[in-house]
Design a protein. Sequence first.
Length: 425
Amino acid sequence: MSDTWQLCTSCGSEIPESDPHPRCPRCRGLLEVRHRPPAQGGAALRATFDARWGVRQGVLASGVWRYREAVLPSAPPQDVLCYPEGNTPLLTSPAVARWAGPTGLLLKHEGHNPTGSFKDRGMTVGVTQARRIGARAVACASTGNTAAALAAYAALGGLPALVLVPKGHVALGKLAQALAYGARTLLVRGNFDQCLELADQASDRLGVYLLNSVNPFRLEGQKTIVLELLQQLAWQPPDWIVVPAGNLGNTAAFGKALAEACEWGLIDRVPRLAAVQAEGAAPFALSFREGFARRHRVEPHTVATAIQIGNPVSYDRAVRAVRDTKGVVIAVTDDEILEAKAVVDGAGIGCEPASAAAIAGTRRLGRDGVIKAGERVVAILTGHVLKDPASVTYYHMERDPAPPHANRPVEIDPHLDDVERAMKR
């Protein structure tokens, strides 16, 4: 067997790395990419990764492929499709920390990726693998960010792209990207879960390569969010990593990244994961409250469209990630999300609504005593503020009464006195 293969998490079948099926061909279970542990020990592997930090050109300039031994070691540099992506900042903000609670709060801003979200990390690996196996086209269902990233990387690789999005439930900035990058875009009169079912069927019948988070190679790229933040912290893990949770791809990827990092000696302890859902789209939180005794499905409704998912595909993987890290799952309201977003935006950082769920969740966990005073927390901001400009104008200009952090624009006549009066307010 090669150093990388696929394992079915349901029936245990081992499948070659090059097999094109997005699910187990024997039982339709979820697949997971497995790597033989690198020959060098943890200290040597850290040194390898650190030596690549700051490379300016080529594949190793990517904040994904810097960690190629943990992502897809068999891919030769000439096969890799990258912009490069990753290399996203780890930010401090006293204003956000004061509002959210933890004094040691850090913000890992994935909105600084090429198409404005963390999805680029998964797509550089997924589309690279698609081209390696000779896929004739790539496809996804999306609430917006996946479509944007898929379209961009497919264009980079010269592959036709098909995206299915729920009509009326995709932020305009994200839809614009899918159209601009040339994807064949289908507006489905249904919700995301119905879009995913259609994309899954298209994968079987039409032979296109499915690149939703059901695809295990996508998660290998998303693991590098964790690897990069650990490297930015000099391989000293935080106490908590807080992440927005929709289709649960990141939750699953983060758990896998932490397990491998500990097994391979990159770190000596595992942070706890906190997965945060929107209250109107919280099937995973409902299951967590019952000790994962049963899997819930809901009809999702939330302003955070990126996590507006009622039947998350990576459920089983995410359950394992939460259990392995002694993690927690909570849900926050749309009002909490919008207020957290206004605080992040007002600090000059900015994020899309789904990102703000991580900040609202951090505040809730601190107030409930789950996150203790003095613990170091990294919250993941998953998307750029301009992904969903309508949510900004709605909060600041349209809500009535004006919410606590509203920044209403002021209309004036073209006179200096009016400018002066406006400034005095």
